[in-house]
Ligand binder design. Structure first.
Ligand code: ZN
Length: 467
C-alpha cells in the first residue's frame, strides 16, 4: 500500500512520455507501474500531464536592493512558486561588504526555515574581493552549497567584483567541484551610460535600456568565456537576455567548453517597447527587456539546447517601491515577479504552441536544472527520487492578474496575459502542497537541501536531446 498513487496521467520521465501509475512512499517515488497500484490516497490524472516539480534556480526573496526590500519574503515567494508548480528554489545569499559569508548564510536560513513551504537552497553571492571568500569556496562546497554568484555590474551598489577576482573564483571553483554563476554586464559601460542618462534627468523609461544595450551583456559574456577557458572551468551565465550573448555561449559550447546558459520567460515574452508605456518602470529589471530578434534567438536556443535551463530572477517590488524612481530612472528598484509563471508560461508557449516537447520542457524546468545545481534527489520522475511532482491540466486556460497571482506585490507584468496549461496539483516529497487552487502546505515545511554537482555534469553540462 502506497501513501499516494497518481494514476492514469501522461507521465514525463527522462526516457519519454508514458502512461504510468506512480506509487509514493515515505516522500519518495517508490514505483512507476503499468498496472494499477493501491494507495491510501489516489489522484486520478486522466487527461493530465504529470511532470517533475519545477526547480527555480534564481529567486531573490526579501532582498535588500537599491533602497528597497523585494516584496516577497520566503513565505510569499515559496507559496507563489508552489502555485506555479515549483517544488524547489535556490535563493541568493549575497553578503554585504564587510560581513561574513557564513554568518550571512545562517541569517538567510533563519529567515527561510520557519516560512518556506517548498524545499530550498542558496547560492553564495560574493561581493568582496578577499582571500577569505576564496577560502570559503571549498568550505561551502563541503556544506552542500556548490554554486557561487558574482554580480559584475553593480559597482556603486557595493556588489560588484572585477575580472581578477572572477578569474581566481573560476580557478577555485574548478579545483573543488563548484560552479561559478555570473550576472554578466560590463560595469564600466553601464556606469558611463547611466551617468550620461542621469545627467539628462528623467527623459523616458527607455533610459534603462539605453544605459544597458545588448553589447553591454555580450561584451561581458565574451570576456568571461575567455577567462573560463583559461581556468578550464565551467561557467554559468544567469538570466541571459541577448542574441549576441547567446551566440558567444553557443560557440563556446560547440567547441566543447562547459558553458551553461540560464534564461527567463520574461526575455521570451517582452521587448523594450514596454519602456515606452506610461508606467514603463514597472517592467524594470536588469538586464532590461530586449527586442523581438532576441526573443526569437532565445527560443532557438531553447530548441537547439544552447539554453540549458530556465530560471526567473523573481525579485518583485510593489508599485510604491518602483515609484521611488519616478523622477530619475536610475532610482527605480530593478526586479519583477516570475516564479509562479515559469512552468505555465513554458508549457503554454513552448509545448502547447509546438515549439518544444514535454521532455524538453522537463529538462529546462527541472531535469537539467537539478543536475547542473547538484540537486541529486530531484529533477526527474524515477524510482528513488523525491516525490516532487506537478500535475498540469494541458487545456486549462487562465488569464494572469495581480489578484490571482500569489506574490505579495500589487501588480504583475503579465496582467491580462492568457496562458493555456496550468498546474492543478503541486506535490513536494509526497505531500500535496497545492490542490486545485488551494494551498495545503504548512508554513515552514520546506527543507534546506544540500547539493553536490557531479564531475561529469561539470565537464559536460546537460543541454538538449529529445527536443
Ligand atoms: Zn538575480
Amino acid at each position: 500500500m502506497y501513501d499516494l498513487v497518481i494514476e492514469k496521467g501522461k507521465v514525463v520521465t527522462p526516457g519519454g512520455v508514458e502512461k504510468y501509475s506512480i506509487g509514493i512512499k515515505g516522500g519518495s517515488i517508490a514505483a512507476l507501474s503499468k498496472t494499477k497500484l493501491q494507495g491510501k490516497r489516489v489522484i486520478d490524472a486522466s487527461g493530465k500531464v504529470v511532470m517533475p516539480g519545477a526547480i527555480d534556480p534564481h529567486v531573490h526573496f526579501a532582498l535588500p536592493f537599491q533602497g528597497a526590500i523585494s516584496a516577497d519574503d520566503y513565505y510569499d515567494g515559496s507559496v507563489a512558486g508552489a502555485f506555479g508548480g515549483v517544488t524547489t528554489y535556490i535563493d541568493f545569499a549575497i553578503h554585504a561588504r564587510g560581513k561574513d559569508m557564513l554568518k550571512h548564510l545562517k541569517a538567510r536560513q533563519k529567515l527561510a526555515a520557519p516560512d518556506s513551504v517548498i524545499d530550498y537552497s542558496f547560492h553564495a553571492g560574493f561581493t568582496e574581493e578577499c582571500q577569505k571568500n576564496l577560502n570559503y569556496v571549498k568550505e561551502l562546497i563541503d556544506m552542500g552549497i556548490p554554486t557561487f554568484k558574482l554580480l559584475l555590474p553593480y559597482v556603486r551598489e557595493g556588489f560588484a567584483v572585477g575580472d581578477g577576482f572572477m578569474f581566481r573564483m573560476l580557478q577555485e571553483t574548478k579545483k573543488h567541484g563548484g560552479l561559478l554563476l555570473i550576472h554578466a554586464e560590463n560595469a564600466d559601460l553601464v556606469m558611463r551610460f547611466m551617468d550620461e542618462e542621469n545627467a539628462k534627468g528623467k527623459v523616458s523609461w527607455m533610459q534603462h535600456y539605453d544605459s544597458r544595450p545588448n553589447f553591454v551583456e555580450a561584451t561581458s559574456i565574451a570576456t568571461s568565456i575567455e577567462l573560463a577557458k583559461q581556468a578550464k572551468a565551467p561557467l554559468y551565465v544567469v538570466h541571459l537576455s541577448t542574441a549576441e550573448g547567446l551566440a558567444h555561449m553557443h560557440k563556446a559550447q560547440s567547441e566543447g567548453h562547459p558553458m551553461i546558459v540560464e534564461s527567463c520567460p520574461q526575455f521570451l515574452e517582452f521587448t523594450n517597447e514596454k519602456y515606452n508605456e506610461k508606467d514603463g518602470h514597472k517592467y524594470y529589471m536588469t538586464p532590461p527587456f530586449r527586442t523581438k530578434n532576441d526573443n526569437r534567438k532565445l527560443w532557438e536556443g531553447i530548441q537547439n539546447g544552447s539554453v540549458n535551463c530556465m530560471g526567473t530572477d523573481h525579485c518583485p517590488f510593489t508599485m510604491k517601491q518602483k515609484n521611488q524612481g519616478k523622477n530619475l530612472f536610475s532610482k527605480v528598484p530593478n526586479g519583477v515577479m516570475g516564479t509562479e509563471i515559469m512552468l505555465p508560461y513554458m508549457f503554454s508557449e513552448g509545448v502547447n504552441k509546438g515549439r518544444i516537447t514535454l521532455n524538453r520542457l522537463a529538462q529546462l524546468t527541472s531535469e537539467n536544472t537539478a543536475k547542473i545545481h547538484g540537486l541529486q534527489k530531484k529533477g526527474s520522475l524515477e524510482v528513488g527520487k523525491d516525490a516532487d511532482i506537478v500535475i498540469i491540466d494541458p487545456q486549462l486556460k487562465k488569464k494572469i492578474t495581480a489578484k490571482n497571482m500569489h506574490s505579495a506585490t500589487d501588480y504583475t507584468i503579465y496582467q491580462g496575459r492568457e496562458l493555456k496549461g496550468w498546474p492543478i496539483y503541486t506535490i513536494s516529497r509526497g505531500e500535496v502542497v497545492v490542490e486545485k487552487g488551494k494551498l495545503k502546505a504548512e508554513r515552514g515545511r520546506g527543507k534546506f537541501v544540500e547539493r553536490r554537482i557531479s564531475k561529469e555534469v561539470l565537464k559536460n553540462p546537460p543541454q538538449g536531446g529529445l527536443a
